[in-house]
Ligand binder design. Structure first.
Ligand code: SF4
Length: 501
């Protein structure tokens, strides 16, 4: 492992089969990859049709099941003009799997609403409606295999230190940072590829809005937020102010409160205004209104309630300049004043980049909102102290998960290496995001509880998350068959050998 080798982590992924060699990608793909494609919805989602010819909208792909039975639970699907229905999804390579695997006589499969298969069968097949996805992928199969190979397995509960902790302890801080940095860049490029794939179908601006909305869904509400963003061509005309957009978005999302509090006149007054506007236009949007049951509202902190996030999105949308402001921000704060390589210009660029988080926050923080700046939710009492609609931690989440990957994807599309390098540098230097339970567990398992000092940047956190996805999620609590420890050990031995020579 050396700083002169900029691609060892990418090679490790290849050696472990996480990135299949191109000649290994044959059709049909492995079922695990088909599941990953479904879970991440790497499909041209507007064009899906069942084999009986009905258009089908996937409002939520469901949650990957680890308990047997159908592959995905709690999915929500809309067939043609029918109301949305929820149920399970079974994923098989072939439609004949429905009978061959005994699903037709298994009571656990009675609530399957869609049978997702690779390609259409030659003969009509039994069972629920069939969706063949081979011709509906949003990217070539080998590209999907590269990025999705590690995204499917659910996190495993773990109490003990991993087998990799011992070899990782032998690395110096610089070596560990180099490892985390490479894994982080794999993650940046993966997210950029996903945004680029969507842009090919829907355009760059739509791809950005979908990414932003999805990120605003924050863990539990990513799918309904994504669906709302996908509907943007329907709702974006004719509502130009933040209040008009708020009421339209909340109405389509089905998140307007059905009742007033009757105890808080200011909250009730605001809700009445929202309803007044929505009543006037709801017939026009009835066909695309989301089922309220799509949202997970219980147990969310008030700051993470989707109504609050949609109020923020309404401000961004009302300010027609957000997208161009992000592009200008990239040119000025990330790429820097000049492409000159002089020491003076480089120092100026570095200084400028250090202001990137605060200048991005200025773009993303809306002007004061009469209601939301003093209420956490639509039912909260008025607080004297103003509340931000977007905390600093969320600015970082949006930056590393959506905005920088989107800008990187655009620079990549334009083959602009100077801009790509500048974005990669900004990504590497971005201050750390809020700690979370996945990171905490990974630090204990992989690094024996190494303190936070190694994780001062968001990229080091992203790198650790990528290692968890690539290796921990493919193993088990006792690290069975995980090749990460041996790869780290071999890299240490190689660098010791190189030093001895
Ligand atoms: S599964 Fe692999 S990467 Fe994860 S803790 Fe165990 S040895 Fe380390």
């Amino acid at each position: 492992m050396s700083h002169a080798d900029p691609s060892f982590y990418a090679r490790w992924r290849q050696q472990c089969g996480l990135v299949p060699a191109l000649h290994e990608i044959t059709e049909p793909p492995p079922e695990q990859l088909l599941q990953a494609i479904w879970q991440q919805q790497r499909l041209r989602r507007e064009q899906l049709r069942t084999l009986d010819g009905r258009p089908v909208r996937i409002l939520h792909p469901g949650f990957l099941s680890v308990e047997g039975g159908p592959d995905f639970r709690g999915a929500m699907v809309k067939f043609a003009d029918q109301p949305p229905i929820s149920g399970e999804i079974e994923v098989d390579l072939q439609a004949s799997g429905w009978r061959a695997h005994g699903h037709d006589s298994n009571p656990h499969f009675r609530s399957v609403i869609l049978h997702v298969v690779w390609s259409a069968p030659q003969k009509p097949a039994a069972g629920p409606p069939i969706l063949a996805v081979a011709d509906a992928l949003d990217s070539p199969l080998n590209e999907l295999a590269t990025w999705l190979g590690s995204e499917t397995a659910p996190a495993l509960p773990e109490e003990f230190r991993g087998r990799c902790a011992a070899p990782l302890r032998q690395l110096s801080d610089d070596q560990l940072q180099a490892l985390l940095g490479q894994a982080a860049h794999i993650r940046l490029r993966g997210k950029a590829a996903q945004l680029a794939a969507r842009a090919r179908d829907a355009g760059w601006e739509q791809s950005l809005w979908e990414g932003l909305f999805k990120a605003l869904g924050y863990k539990h509400n990513t799918w309904p937020m994504q669906r709302l963003a996908e509907l943007r061509p329907r709702w974006s005309d004719g509502a130009n102010s933040a209040p008009a957009l708020q009421s339209r978005l909340l109405g389509i999302a089905n998140l307007l409160p059905p009742e007033l509090t009757r105890a808080r006149p200011d909250a009730d007054g605001f809700v009445r205004q929202l309803w007044d506007r929505w009543w006037r236009e709801r017939d026009a949007f009835e066909d695309c209104q989301l089922p309220r049951s799509m949202w997970r509202l219980h147990g969310l902190r008030p700051l993470n309630q989707p109504q609050r996030r949609l109020a923020l999105a309404a401000h961004w949308l009302a300010d027609n300049d957000v997208v161009s402001a992000l592009e200008t921000w990239c040119a000025e704060a990330i790429v820097g004043p000049a492409s000159s390589q002089s020491i003076k210009a480089t120092a100026a660029k570095t200084r400028k980049r250090s202001t990137a988080p605060s200048t991005l926050a200025k773009i993303l923080h809306p002007r004061r909102d009469d209601f939301w700046s003093h209420h956490l939710t639509l039912r909260s009492p008025r607080s004297a102290k103003p509340q931000l609609l977007l905390g600093e931690a969320r600015v970082t989440d949006l930056a590393v998960n959506v905005i920088l990957p989107w800008l990187f994807a655009r620079a990549n599309e334009g083959r602009n290496e100077l801009v790509q390098h500048a974005i990669e540098s900004a990504y590497s230097e971005w201050p750390a995001a809020e700690d979370n339970s996945v990171l905490k567990l990974a630090r204990i398992r992989l690094l024996g509880g190494t303190g936070l000092k190694l994780f001062r940047t968001a990229a080091s956190q992203q790198g650790l998350l990528q290692i968890v996805r690539d290796f921990c999620d493919h193993s088990n609590a006792v690290c069975d068959q995980c090749r990460f420890p041996e790869l780290v050990q071999a890299a240490i031995s190689a660098s010791l050998g190189a030093d001895a020579n």
